[in-house]
Design a protein around this ligand. Sequence first.
Ligand code: ADP
Length: 504
Amino acid sequence: MTYQHYIHGEWVDGHGTETFESENPATGESLGEFHRGTEADVREATAAADEAFEAWRDLSHIDRAEYLWDIYHELKERHRELGEVVTKECGKEISEGKADVTEAWHMVEWAAGDARHPKGDVVPSEIPSKDAYMRRKPRGVVGCITPWNFPVAIPFWHMAVSLVEGNTAVWKPAEQTPWCGQIIAEMFEESGIPDGVFNMVQGFGDAGAAIVDDDHVDTVLFTGSAEVGHEIASEVASDPGKLAACEMGGKNGIVITEQADLDIAVHSAVMSSFKTTGQRCVSSERLIVHEDVYDEFKERFVEVAEKVAVGDPLDDSTFMGPAIEAEHIEKIRKYNDLAREEGVNVLVDRTELDDEEIPEGHEDGHWVGPFVYEADPDANLRCTQEEVFGPHVALLEYSGDIERAVDIHNDTPYGLAGAVISEDYRQINYYRDHAEVGLAYGNLPCIGAEVQLPFGGVKKSGNGYPSAREVIEAVTERTAWTLNNSKDIEMAQGLSADIKTEDG
Ligand code: ADP
């Protein structure tokens, strides 16, 4: 069977004739065939969402959240099963596949629980007889465009809060992970959410672009690459009344000072660089290490990088699964070659894994291992500046103080995540205050955010925070509401309220 789109409470083939397959990146096997959404399908979905909006916004937050509580329980009950689906479809090792599902129910819990929390603010007025409030209204139809690497969690980052706040949604899952999309849409269907409140169109970038372009869409939430995010942000900026919150990639760094505990440093760096095979937007590709500890850190990091377990992501003993697709392996290879051309000193090169490292039955998977090198932090190299989105890691040695380390750290166009490893609180606090990132960690890996914290970047990494509390800002409008308790009209700032006529 060919899986369908979910529009206005119906499963539909859509208007297109093309289909596409979901492929297990560890084995190359097909996991299912899906209809490829077109602009016409997106138009139908956004019209359905627009039509459903009035009735949905009239429900209370608490009633809207009830639908999400059903999904919360289902995500929990199906933890192992869905974790395996995530692992099979996007190649993350099984603890990461399961963590993706856990993160999804955390986000649903946050959004549905927030339905019972106070909304808006009571604000003082200069005039004692006036009551002033900040109230929120849903913006309308939210278009959600999500990436493959957190195929269950990120859709709920976007949609859980949007829906509880009273918006309706049109969602396009990543083309690499439509199976996860199908399961999430089935959950919404089973929750009994009113027709048109949640809609899903499967497809590629052209369907995403149609969402961005659509007149019914009031807000676009996007998580993905910087190239696409910048395109979306500039397109939306030219459309008054429409807003976009985009969370994009990074070229994230970890500063390891002369005061670092090297056990923590090595552990944090390995987690940050190699978890998810380097394919998190927060993965670290730059390790900025003080000269006093450089040799020892290098030796220990290289030792792990040589041995870190790449293999079947369903096997509990695997640390790194495959890369997502063949084109992505090509991109990683090109950057590894570029690094050589730029004259770096290569320390570990597992770009091509040995045959015996590839598990049996997985020969058609997209395999790549760590690539680690040392480079001059002042050399202005593309390989140390551009996001590879893979296990491609530069060691950048520095001498001097924490100010120098943070200068190197900030010397990229991106600003998503980063960490400092040090036992000196002054160095840690300097990093906290001066690192140009949205997510900063002390003595920890720079991955592994929790849903109740803001998530997003600065510089090229983002212009919004499509997560938890911050999504509320993106998907609601604020009304300053003032009510007069007096029969007289009295104005702030001493403005006269007297009406003067020719007769005096
Ligand atoms: P990644 O590199 O993580 O795959 P992308 O930015 O390519 O990130 O994709 C993230 C999401 O954006 C996917 O759902 C993809 O289909 C969608 N997308 C790709 N190109 C566009 C576009 N031009 N407009 C809107 N969405 C797009």
